[in-house]
Design a protein around this ligand. Sequence first.
Ligand code: HEC
Ligand code: HEC
Length: 316
Amino acid sequence: MRRWIKLSIWALAGLAVVAGYLVMRPPKMAPPREIRVAATPEALARGKYLYEVVADCDGCHGERNWGKHLAPVVRTGAGFTFPAEMGLPGRVTAPNITSHPEAGIGAWTDGEKLRAIREGIGRDGRALFPMMPYESYRHMSDRDAEALVAYMNTLPAAPDRHPPTAVDFPVSLLMKSAPAPVEGVVPEPAELGEYLVRMGGCADCHTPKERGAPVAGKEFAGGEVFRFGQLSVVSANLTPDVETGIGRLTEAAFIQRFQEHRETAGASLPAATQQNFTVMPWLQFSQYSSGELGAIYRYLRKQRAVENKITVHPRS
Ligand code: HEC
Ligand code: HEC
């Protein structure tokens, strides 16, 4: 009897050590690079394009007018706390990433910014919640990442402060395995379509998820539900399936589908309704060149066709 009690005390102590280790364990990280990014006119222009179009950073970090169709950005980089109805595991804030020294990240070094964006580590060494797409951005070329930071350094300082991210247990523990240092040189992409699909987070919205993890075999098949206030929208099937995906869409029609929103961008937008509500970054992606959109189309057409019928605008 005594012996059993002793043994279970040891077992409990062992468990406590394991639990303590999991809680205290820092994420995988390397020190930030010592670098000052070059702010050449070319780098600033490329950085702006990456920020506004290719990676649509303001999709999450911008202050947007959610009352209007396509939720245009009102103030860039000012930060946003996601509403509870989105069903995230806890309170999640995409912070102010403007050059404001206290409210934003103006006091961070360029190396700390690069590390947060591509490696998922905050200035204080914590793991960032991987809704911040650093697992995709780790493939961002060195040249692009440095151009992006050069442009971010010019974002007008916004004084906005938001409640910090507080992720619920157990996701708060599990997410510590997401960050990882970027090793060596990240070259320019070999395959443009794949690169743009990654940087644009297409799979983040178009691959359905169960308990936060993408459903295997349903890559790009659509069906993720997005709720904002009273409105909701479901992501479309982007696989080459003929009946339920983009199988019937020609490359020219695909390109047109994006570029028609170039007109919308300058016009005054109607109110958001259940029939038009969307989180698809049409305004931003309308700025892609035809060459870039063609590369995206051809990449998507190479994916496995998945039959998955979607009603993107459900009745409520
Ligand atoms: C899908 C939404 C989303 C997109 C797109 C996104 N972010 Fe984030 N980002 C977040 C969230 C959420 C956090 C906060 C995570 C946390 O606090 O754990 C974050 C954190 C950050 C941080 C750390 C800030 C801090 O104060 O700790 C930086 C820097 C950052 N993002 C830059 C960018 C840049 C640059 C882009 C575009 C290339 C971008 N993000 C695109 C959601 C996003
Ligand atoms: C923030 C989430 C989000 C991101 C990121 C996103 N999409 Fe979407 N997308 C949606 C939603 C929701 C819809 C359905 C509503 C609509 O058509 O606007 C949609 C619709 C579409 C459609 C229309 C399909 C059809 O049959 O009408 C295409 C094409 C598309 N997305 C392509 C892309 C590509 C390519 C990317 C990446 C470069 C991408 N999306 C990134 C959410 C997203």
